[in-house]
Each structure stands twice: as structure tokens, then as C-alpha cells.
Write a protein that binds this ligand. Structure first.
Ligand SMILES: [Zn+2]
Ligand SMILES: [Zn+2]
Length: 424
């Protein structure tokens, strides 16, 4: 009897599930196109805030599907709006579209030979972070969903975002500018989903983490002021180089002695020191430039506050003075815990339960985080490593490579996340 009841429940469950899911045939119908698009974008990459042709191709595709399109959002961004047959909430899906000043090094038939200028230096241009796959996946999702509006209880907003890697100096751009221009309003977005391809995760797998999944990135600049003197007579001045070394030492104690590393990891790195002109002069000033990476809002607050206190306090202790300035590059990519829990079954449905892995956070940054500061969102990682490989080239390097046989899983994941979210 029990078994019979279970059978009925399973059958009922399966019917409800089958009704709301997109058919395998619809997914298969875009598989080759997604790979073709990806290879086209890979061969024709464009730098941040210069994604003109990329945006044109995206807009043309969305229009061909009958999707309402807005172009020129945050300079080169494209936003599409697909209204389902039934009323409901609004879900946004985001793909970043920019490439990097990296010269590609491989023999792929769709290798990029594009050259451009970046900060006055000639450079190759390459989709060395895999954003080409993100564009192609979201174009595929748009095509599938536009054929399945009967399954959409609400509205889907497609956000093709420029300049995730950061706009050129002196320019605005990226997620922050899109938000400023109102991309999360008219209609107001209730939740947002996004993915990043990962060169080190095997094709077919998805990885995720609730809470902080990618770090908040701050850039900081410290100016230490001393008093210039002869190198042989340090007592005649105040040595800013010595003070700078004490400050660096102090910063590391914030990580090792004051941060609760059981909550999340955190990093302070000084990446540049500039001071002095020759061996026998103690200079007037020193400059430190570095980065802070945090994954927990309270830890971020503590680290920034303590760095500020220490910079001033240590410099004064040694008779000098110092200031520190922070510039925020990305917020914490923070997966809303409740939303992640609700959507996890969808990821498991499309990939298979044993192919969805809970992973640790990374100390890299991602400007998807700015969307998540406004609306709840889930950001996850999609496998792009050829099955059987044990080693992968890192993102942002000339040898970086993605196996595009895994892209259809990305299409399925974003499609089903949208439909299931709007049904819940
Ligand atoms: Zn990147
Ligand atoms: Zn990226």
C-alpha cells in the first residue's frame, strides 16, 4: 500500500515537473548554435566598454526572437525583456560580455588574432575569462524561453553587461553603471541569476556556495610622510620606508591575529611600494598600493577599520604621518542563503545530484555582486574543463581554454532556474 502511494506521489510529482520543464528537444535545438556563437565571439573579442559588435550581434538575435530590446545601456550593454503568458514576478539573468588585453596562445581554429591598444600599449585581445561562453549561453536561454512563454509565470530580463573586468581608467562601466541607469527597475527585478564558466571544473558539473562565494575587492593607497635626511644620519629625519615596513607588518597581524578565519578567509596584499631615489638618502615619503579581499561583511568592516587605525597609529608612533584611501572594485558576491536553498533542487535536476558540488569561496572578485546588493541572487560556476583532464590553465592567461561541450548545461540551468523561480 505504502509503495503504491509512493508511486502515485512520484507520478504526480513527475507530471508537475514535466509540465513546467522545457523539453529536451527545445534545448537540443540550440546546442549547435550556442557553440557557434561562442566560437564567433571568441574569434572576435572586444575590450571592456568597447563591445560594439558584440552588442550588435546580441541585440539582433534578441529582436529576431520577438524580445523587447534596449541597447546602449551602461555604454554597450543590451537588455532584453520577455513577458510570459502568465503574470508574476520578474527574474533577471545576467551575462558579462567583455574580453581582456591578453594575447591568445594556442592552435584553435577559432583563435583570436584581434589586436588593440590598452593604456597606450598594443596588445592582443582574448576572451581569457570565458565571457564568450556566457554570452552564447544567455542567447541560447533567450531562444529557448521565447519558445516556451506558456511556461513563464512572469517576466524575464536578459542583462548583457559590459566591462565586468573593469572599465578603462577614467570611465564608468560594468554592473554598477547598469544599476545606476536603472537596469533593476522598470519593471523591478525580484531576483537575479548568473554563472561563470570555470576552466578547472569538469564539463557537466556545477559548483556553488551559499553566502560569500567571491570576495569583495578593495584597492588601497597609503601615503606615508616622513622627513628627508642623509642616509648616514637617520636621527636627523623620519624614515618613511621604515614606517611603511611597520605598517605592512601591522596589516598582516590584522589577518593572523584579529580576523576570525573560521568564518571566512581574508587577504591583505601590498603589491607595490615606491619610495626613495638613491642609497644614501632617506626620502620624504613612501607609497604603498595593495588590495584587500573579504567574504564576510563584518570581517570586511573590521579589516578596513583596523587598517585605517593602524596606518595612522603606526606612522605617528614613529614620528611620521600617513593616510589610507580605499577604492571599492567589487562587493562580496553573496548568494542569498534562502534563495540558494530554494533553487538548489533545480541545479540538481538539470545536472544530476552528484554533479552539483558545494565548494569553498574564492578570493577573486566579480561585479555581479553589485546586483546582489540590490536584489537577492545566486551566482554559480559551470564546468568548462575537458573531461579526463587533470590540469587547467587559469583564467586571464594566454593558454586559458574552455571545452564548449559543457555549454548546454549552462543553458538548461539558467532556463530552468527562471521558470522554477517564477513558479515558486
Ligand atoms: Zn575575469
Ligand atoms: Zn570573468
Amino acid at each position: 500500500m505504502k509503495r503504491k502511494l509512493l508511486g502515485v506521489l512520484l507520478l504526480f510529482g513527475f507530471c508537475a515537473f514535466a509540465q513546467n520543464s522545457v523539453s529536451e528537444k527545445d534545448f537540443k535545438s540550440v546546442e549547435d548554435k550556442v557553440v557557434d556563437w561562442r566560437r564567433h565571439f571568441h574569434e572576435n573579442p572586444e575590450l571592456s566598454n568597447r563591445e560594439f559588435k558584440t552588442a550588435e550581434t546580441i541585440a539582433k538575435h534578441l529582436k529576431s526572437l520577438g524580445i523587447k530590446v534596449e541597447t546602449g545601456v551602461a555604454k554597450t550593454g543590451v537588455v532584453g525583456l520577455l513577458i510570459g503568458d502568465n503574470p508574476g514576478k520578474v527574474v533577471a539573468l545576467r551575462a558579462d560580455i567583455d574580453a581582456l588585453p591578453v594575447t591568445e596562445r594556442n592552435d584553435l581554429p577559432f583563435k583570436s588574432n584581434v589586436k588593440s591598444e590598452f593604456l597606450g600599449v598594443e596588445t592582443g585581445v582574448m576572451h581569457a575569462c570565458g565571457h564568450d561562453t556566457h554570452i552564447a549561453i544567455l542567447m541560447g536561454v533567450a531562444e529557448v524561453l521565447s519558445k516556451n512563454t506558456d511556461k513563464i509565470n512572469g517576466t524575464i530580463k536578459f542583462i548583457f553587461q559590459p566591462a565586468e573586468e573593469g572599465p578603462p581608467p577614467g570611465e564608468e562601466g560594468g554592473a554598477a553603471l547598469m544599476i545606476k541607469e536603472g537596469v533593476l527597475t522598470k519593471p523591478d527585478v525580484d531576483a537575479i541569476f548568473g554563472l561563470h564558466i570555470d576552466s578547472a571544473t569538469p564539463v557537466g558539473q556545477i559548483s556553488y556556495k551559499p553566502g560569500g562565494t567571491m570576495a569583495a575587492v578593495e584597492r588601497f593607497v597609503v601615503n606615508v610622510k616622513g622627513k628627508q635626511t642623509h642616509g648616514s644620519q637617520p636621527w636627523g629625519g623620519v624614515d618613511p620606508i621604515y614606517i611603511a615596513s611597520k605598517i605592512i607588518d601591522g596589516y598582516q597581524s590584522i589577518i593572523s591575529r584579529e580576523s576570525n578565519l573560521l568564518v571566512e578567509p581574508a587577504v591583505i596584499t601590498v603589491g607595490k611600494i615606491s619610495a626613495g631615489v638613491r642609497f644614501n638618502i632617506i626620502p620624504e615619503s613612501a607609497e604603498l598600493i595593495g588590495t584587500v579581499r573579504t567574504l564576510d561583511p563584518d570581517m570586511k568592516e573590521l579589516i578596513i577599520r583596523r587598517m585605517t587605525e593602524m596606518t595612522k597609529g603606526i606612522a605617528e608612533t614613529y614620528g611620521g604621518s600617513a593616510t589610507i584611501e580605499f577604492q571599492n572594485n567589487t562587493a562580496i558576491t553573496y548568494n542569498d542563503e534562502d534563495l540558494t536553498a530554494v533553487m538548489l533542487p533545480t541545479l540538481q535536476k538539470v545536472a544530476g545530484k552528484d554533479q552539483v558540488n558545494l565548494v569553498k569561496a574564492t578570493t577573486g572578485g566579480e561585479d555581479f555582486s553589485y546586483f546582489q546588493e540590490v536584489v537577492p541572487g545566486v551566482y554559480f560556476f559551470l564546468g568548462g574543463m575537458t573531461p579526463g583532464n587533470t590540469e587547467a590553465f587559469p583564467h586571464h592567461t594566454p593558454d586559458f581554454m574552455i571545452d564548449d561541450s559543457g555549454l548546454l548545461l549552462g543553458v538548461k540551468a539558467l532556463t530552468e532556474l527562471s521558470i522554477d523561480y517564477l513558479n515558486k
